[in-house]
Design a protein around this ligand. Structure first.
Ligand SMILES: *Cc1c(COP(=O)(O)O)cnc(C)c1O
Length: 352
């Protein structure tokens, strides 16, 4: 039986947050120009504020974080140079969902590296890859928080370790920080501290921060200028983009709210863990993602049975289903989700 989808029981992703009244008011009142001519004041304000938050010289607004991740390797080698190779964690968003785009639209070859349980790449394996292609321009990508590792938050020290290794081989470190704000809030440090070791950073306003669309590529003035040019070729330059930059500015003012999402996730994890037959992936520095599995059930079967109880989750190739908490969730939804998983675990053990 399908009970439909209620936002408070939909744990598939924090992209499912919808713009609230304040964001809609900001959109309708947004001052706009033409960003292709560089005179949309709302976009400019968003780029300046994001660069300030992340401690970079400049930032570029992109329709999605996927595009920001594609622009980073395009912008690294400079005009006329061959596309670099990209090395990314095997369980990262880039490897999982962006490899074809990088290859087809960027001419970029992707190499993947195994990740440790905290989400950091296996450093020996990374060094082997770096050494084997030391003469090719290379971009190493690191994801924070680490999606497939239960949203683990990496601290600045961890990022510095990867940056130092990349730099030793002349490579560029790109930080896919679509959820970097979650990491900063969980660790209690400013965003700029987590961004500092990287040479470029992707930041998202449309995940838990709740804006309808948008990512930003942050880095040096030179890199951002090159990315701005490539954004035009990709068809990502938007004219009156202030309309979507305005809710993104509201999102930037809400960073501390993410702590609420983390508290919800902690309550959910505690509840799910108390269910017999359920196993969780427990990261060292949890944020707003909880990965669970039921012995004997595939992620697809588990997600399907939860959906029959009205609870929506995302089945993943790592054997788990993913719950992501965000501003639409509360303790009533958490209790409902725990009850649903308990019911699914009960039937799974009965029929095993
Ligand atoms: C969501 C996400 C992206 C892609 O963001 P879109 O704006 O949906 O394109 C990229 N990287 C990571 C780590 C993400 O979580």
């Amino acid at each position: 039986m399908d009970h439909g989808t209620f936002p408070w029981l939909d744990f598939r992703s924090d992209t499912r947050t919808v713009p609230d009244a304040r964001m809609r008011a900001a959109m309708s009142g947004a001052e706009v120009g033409d960003d292709v001519y560089g005179d949309d004041p709302t976009v400019t304000a968003l780029e300046e504020q994001t660069a300030e938050l992340l401690g970079t010289e400049a930032a570029l607004f992109t329709p999605t974080s996927t595009m920001a991740n594609l622009l980073a390797p395009l912008a690294v080698p400079g005009p006329g140079s061959p596309a670099p190779r990209v090395i990314a964690g095997a369980g990262s968003h880039i490897a999982f969902l962006e490899a074809d785009g990088l290859r087809r639209f960027g001419g970029v070859g992707l190499q993947t590296v195994e990740q440790r349980p905290d989400g950091l790449p296996d450093l020996d394996a990374l060094e082997d890859l770096l050494a084997a292609g030391a003469d090719a321009p290379t971009v190493v990508c690191l994801e924070n928080t680490s999606m497939m590792w239960s949203g683990n938050a990496l601290d600045a020290e961890a990022t510095r370790t990867v940056a130092a290794l990349a730099h030793r081989y002349g490579a560029h470190l790109h930080l896919d920080g679509a959820r970097l704000a979650n990491a900063a809030v969980a660790l209690g440090v400013p965003l700029r501290e987590l961004a500092e070791p990287a040479d470029s950073v992707t930041f998202s306003v449309s995940k838990g921060l709740g804006a309808p669309v948008g990512g930003l590529l942050c880095g040096t003035r030179e890199l951002v200028a090159r990315a701005r040019e490539s954004r035009t070729w990709l068809g990502g330059s938007l004219h009156q983009a202030g309309v979507v930059a305005a809710p993104a500015l509201v999102a930037l003012g809400r960073l501390p709210d993410l702590a609420g999402d983390h508290a919800t996730a902690a309550a959910l994890a505690a509840g799910l863990e108390s269910v017999r037959g359920v196993e969780l992936l427990r990261p060292p520095r949890p944020t707003n993602i909880v990965m669970a599995r039921i012995a004997g059930l595939t992620p697809d079967a588990c997600a399907e049975r939860l959906a029959a109880h009205g609870v929506r989750v995302l089945p993943l190739p790592n054997g788990y289903v993913r719950f992501v908490t965000h501003r639409s969730h509360d303790m009533i939804g958490v209790r409902e989700a725990v009850r649903a998983l308990a019911a699914v675990a009960e039937t799974a053990s009965t029929f095993r």
